[in-house]
Design a protein around this ligand. Structure first.
Ligand SMILES: Cc1ncc(COP(=O)(O)O)c(C=O)c1O
Length: 356
């Protein structure tokens, strides 16, 4: 098979070393004679896998004591409902910062359960100045999305907040060091920087547990999952195992400081190539440009199909932008090697020479 580079926004490319390690022990995990897929989630072997995964994630992110790590299901979408059900009563207000598509999906769901106040609304090109945010008095929490996967808008800072700060980090968690102590709750679907889809990560401060509304379904109560160490019911065992391999892969490579350096290098190379072309355009202002998801447009959208076909012929896959915005998008998560971004930049320049 020829070398391909997969720029999917998620489920996304996973580290090759992780895939090969999983392949090597696919039918026999560490001499157990079983695939991880075939093991009881309460057995000795899987207990070791989930315990190590949690310990490695704590090390990677420097998760302080006083926070629980939950391996859950249902994707970020379940969190959109779980958050208000666990952290509000119907008369409470939630402050939201709206920076794009995923902020708005979270807002829409929250409105079903509580009052929503928009503290700030972005126009897709960046993030409104924090000093101008209109916060409500006594909000239950402040919610934002640290990286808008579709729009390519990323927070270069962590907001200040007197109320618990809640963040959808689905598409940039583990891409840079993080001060977890600034947050009440962090969540994200695994299918970008963590592992396979089906797993959802939640990191929650202890004092936010145990406040679910009485009608909250058992499976949507954070406290239930925290008390059972993520084993209340059968968790997505294979996805947790792969996530554990990804955490070890990150630790072996110098952790999140090293990962951030590489992500800066990749993103700079790509944005510089786009900006220098005079042919491609990016919708996001420089300080807020995502290091993970790079949306761009061609000068003439009638060339989009030719662009995608030419890319595919070079093994550059899944560059089509989200259906809601069109254009192109290159997702360059942790597992995208620098060579992949170089190959894309070469193609971007060659395409301008032949079609520009
Ligand atoms: C930032 C962000 N939030 C939420 C979601 C929704 O995630 P899920 O499909 O896991 O519910 C996505 C999916 O791509 C996302 O990128």
């Amino acid at each position: 098979m020829t070398q391909v580079y997969n720029f999917s926004s998620g489920p996304a490319v996973l580290p090759r070393e992780v895939m090969l390690a999983a392949q090597a022990e696919f039918t026999d995990w560490h001499g157990s004679g079983m695939s991880v897929m075939e093991m009881s989630h309460r057995g000795r072997e899987f207990t070791q896998i989930i315990t190590e995964a949690e310990a490695d994630l704590r090390k990677l992110l420097g998760v302080p004591s006083g926070y629980k790590i939950l391996f859950m299901q249902g994707g970020a979408h379940f969190q959109f409902a779980m958050l208000p059900l666990n952290l509000t009563q119907p008369d409470d207000t939630i402050d939201f910062v709206d920076t794009g598509h995923w902020s708005r999906i979270a807002i829409k769901e929250a409105r079903r359960y509580a009052k929503v106040h928009l503290a700030a609304v972005g126009d897709g090109s960046g993030i409104p100045a924090e000093a101008d945010w209109q916060r409500s008095k006594g909000a239950a929490y402040l919610h934002y999305c640290s990286n808008e996967t579709i729009g390519g808008v990323e927070f270069p800072f962590i907001p200040q907040s007197d109320v618990p700060l809640v963040c959808d980090m689905s598409s940039n968690i583990l891409s840079r060091p993080l001060d977890v102590s600034r947050f009440g709750l962090i969540y994200g679907g695994a299918q970008k920087n963590i592992g396979p889809s089906g797993l959802t990560l939640v990191i929650v401060r202890d004092d936010l547990l145990g406040h679910a509304r009485s009608e909250t379904p058992t499976m949507l109560d954070y406290q239930i999952h925290a008390a059972a160490d993520s084993l209340y019911n059968t968790p997505p065992t294979y996805a947790i195992y792969i996530a554990g391999l990804v955490f070890k892969w990150l630790l072996d490579r110098g952790g999140l400081v090293a990962m951030e350096q590489q992500n800066i290098e990749k993103a700079s190379m790509l944005y510089e190539t786009l900006d220098a072309s005079g042919f491609y355009s990016c919708p996001v202002e420089r300080p807020y440009r995502s290091r993970m998801n790079v949306p761009f447009r061609l000068a003439d959208e009638r060339l989009d199909d030719a662009f995608l076909e030419g890319a595919k012929a070079r093994g550059l896959l899944q560059l089509k932008g989200h259906r809601s915005v069109g254009g192109m998008r290159a997702s360059i998560y942790n597992a995208m090697p620098v060579e992949g971004v170089k190959a894309l930049c070469d193609y971007l320049r060659d395409f301008v020479r032949t079609h520009g």
